[in-house]
Design a protein around this ligand. Structure first.
Ligand SMILES: [Zn+2]
Length: 71
């Protein structure tokens, strides 16, 4: 499972496409920490590539759109 799939599941969507279309008109997006051992999810800017992870205390949160290569 990719981080993007993990995030979609965490947010309650069946597929990645469902998640992306639900958020595409919004100014916020769901994000997930990309560190392999971490599953921290939070809301971030849609183009976020280095959001703060409260678990790892590193700038490792990326938005779903960045993970999907949409932005
Ligand atoms: Zn983390």
């Amino acid at each position: 499972m990719t981080k993007l799939e993990e995030l979609a599941e965490e947010e309650g969507f069946r597929t990645v496409d469902d998640l992306l279309s639900a958020y595409v008109i919004d100014s916020i997006a769901p994000g997930i920490c990309i560190n392999p051992s971490c599953g921290y999810c939070t809301e971030v800017e849609p183009d976020c590539r280095g959001g703060w992870c409260g678990e790892c205390e590193t700038q490792s949160v990326q938005s779903a759109f960045v993970l999907a290569d949409v932005i």
